[in-house]
Design a protein around this ligand. Sequence first.
Ligand code: GLC
Length: 533
Amino acid sequence: MMHSHSWWQTGVIYQIYPRSFLDSNGDGIGDLSGITSKLDYLRWLGVDALWLSPIYPSPMADFGYDITNYTNVHPLFGTLKDLDTLLHEAHQRNLKIILDFVPNHTSDEHPWFQQSRESRTNDKRDWYIWRDPADDGGPPNNWQSRFGGSAWKFDTPSGQYYLHLYDVKQPDLNWRNPQVRQAMYNNMRFWLERGVDGFRVDALEVLLKDEQFRDNPLNPAWKPGDPPRRRLIEHYIVDQPGMHDIMQEMRALTEKYDQRVLIGELALPVERLMSYYGEQLDEIHLPFNFQFVHLPTWEAHAIRQTVEGYEAALPEGAWPNWVLGNHDMSRIATRVGREQARLTQMLLLTLRGTPTCYYGEELGMQNITLAHEEMQDPLAREHPEYSRDPVRSPMQWDDSANAGFSPAGIKPWLPVANDYQTYNVSAEQQDPRSILMLTRALLAVRRSYDALTLGSYRSVEQESANCFVYQRQYVHQCCLVALNFSAQDQVVTLSRQRQGRILLSTHMDREGLIPLSEIHLRGNEGILLEVEA
Ligand code: GLC
């Protein structure tokens, strides 16, 4: 059907962590050719766009989020030519490619920073955030790095501190300097010219810092055991005045190209998140919605409240989006268990708005367990409990050695999950009721029902506190989704008189017409129905 929506509204995004997707050259690390060789799988699955975590040259202090050259490809991942091939092959298959763009900081090995640190009078000095020591010689203020410790690093030769809100090898750029802005916009243009379909923009909420560098207030709610970065409220480094001008500049430059998307990583409470759509919807197309990731209890009523609160907070005309996990957060199948992982796939793929799936979610991949000495993440150095390595393990392709990620005999950069022989693409393709086949079926139904891609959202009141039921409607087409978030059987009532047709159950064992007056849902079962509008 013809309609005026963009691909990033009707489509589904799939996040690839390139190091962990497929190692085509046997060095234990995934690469671009590996991704290209799996495009047919992604097409078969039925997603529409691939977001790649950073693939740029980098010393890998933060696995690519520390960049030394924004307009090239790290040799570990391949060459610019490999990227062009990936773009070409993806576009041939009607798949879009979204790159990660990291504006807040570069690597300390980036030539800009090398120059900046040369002397206080260097042309690039002001490209980063340098401050004199406090009166006692200590750091200029109390700001904390999100990776632990002071956010300031003393640079002995020039006698000043530089700011790093993440790793010490990730100095923050000074976005108040117009030259920095122009240089970074040129980097964005480089990829847009090459045909990249958009960016996921990293750590946007901290792009500008308080001009007076005031101390952050103490967080009264902090208790021992909470992450150290929560000790202070990040009042003077998050969501500062002036941010929206930058967002509008980024958007305006993106608009010069046809059909590109800006997705923002913005760790903000929902009301502030909404402001990043822009008052005139002229800022970020999709400010990532992480609400499900931070829900303290995974229960039907809490999920429903989250959805309703988000729907209500969305500005007029703004397009919603949903996320269950990514390369920084515990995997959904670990958080909710494998049974409910099927239900959460149905939730993610039937809510209103653009879903982003993290690689391996379609297989039910869970976090791996690693010994401290096996951990690679800079966050794990002092706090193994915050390590993000467990969610970045190699993609599970088949039951051969290394799950088909690296050739046999090669040690992948992170261990493969123990249960890969059960949970892998090849085994799950042969099991018609696997979570992989369920995900694929959900994606297919989603594609063929405008109600699911474009339709309105409305909650349907239920007596059972364990069930979350909602309706999606587009013109005369109407779908109902009924999700049982308990392990016990539940009964829901969708309509006293009418009948509905089951399009899909998460158990994948029933379809056809049923009366809507009394629907029995088994433990952790979700059903998707078509009903008369
Ligand atoms: C974002 C990325 C994370 C990275 C950080 C610093 O939060 O998702 O992986 O460590 O920014 O770039």
